[in-house]
Write a protein that binds this ligand. Sequence first.
Ligand code: CTP
Ligand code: MG
Length: 272
Amino acid sequence: MNTASTVPVTAVILVAAGSGQRLGYGMPKAKVPLGGDSILTHALRGVAAAGIARQICVALPPGDADLRAQCEGFLAELQTEHGRAAGAGDNVPLPEVTMVDGGASRADSVRAALAALLPGTQSVLVHDAARALAPEAVFHRVAASLAAGAVAVIPVMPVVDTVKTVEATHDGDAAIAPEVVTGTAPREILRAVQTPQGFELATLQRAHEAAAGFDAAQAAAVTDDAMLVELLGVPVHAVRGASQSLKITTPLDLILAEGLLEGPLGARWVEG
Ligand code: CTP
Ligand code: MG
């Protein structure tokens, strides 16, 4: 546990280096338009609005000048706002924005960003740029749990569908159906997992160092950071996520995200 008498010095890693195959726009997903801006710009604004980061470290597709320019544009926007707030007497520190080249897998992108965190960082939140509309309240719940002593904390949602396990249909039954059910998971203890996921920095570093030695099959099975921390035997806590934190993965998700932006609460949701 953190000895949590003070708020830890916190960085937010924003992973935005994916190619967006399932969205099918023929461009990196971070670049795809959403409500007049890009997915990346919305995600950056959400992180900044939460106001918990001393540093925002963004993993981008290697060599993507356009997305780098978008980060610079966001930084300029932040500096303008910061100047205005300082004029009004508010003393909110301006986060440092760092850009790194992402890797071949999401975990590789996280590792590249971990290597670029400022000295003195104590806690880190890892967030998917694809969850561009995650509300500030979720960042705050995760950060509060870390400040209260959690070493690892994830935002979760109850599962609404019944979830079953299946296997391929046995020989001879293929004409009936492609798969056969092997069991039904108890829904009341299942949770769908979102980001931002929060960690004591030293623990997440240790977890990623261990994963660097995984073979291809093990590496492919890693879908979030908390999994790696679980493998160390460290307790992972769960706080309430938000439906607005949906991961924009398919064209339908993009339609939902556009709808959220047009809704009564507008561009930035306040509660989850
Ligand atoms: N990500 C990353 N580096 C990678 C792969 C993914 O930084 N090599 C990031 C994505 O940019 C995204 C988050 O991890 O913000 C979750 O990944 P996902 O939703 O799968 O995005 P993509 O990998 O871009 O999409 P797809 O799998 O459909 O290609
Ligand atoms: Mg992916």
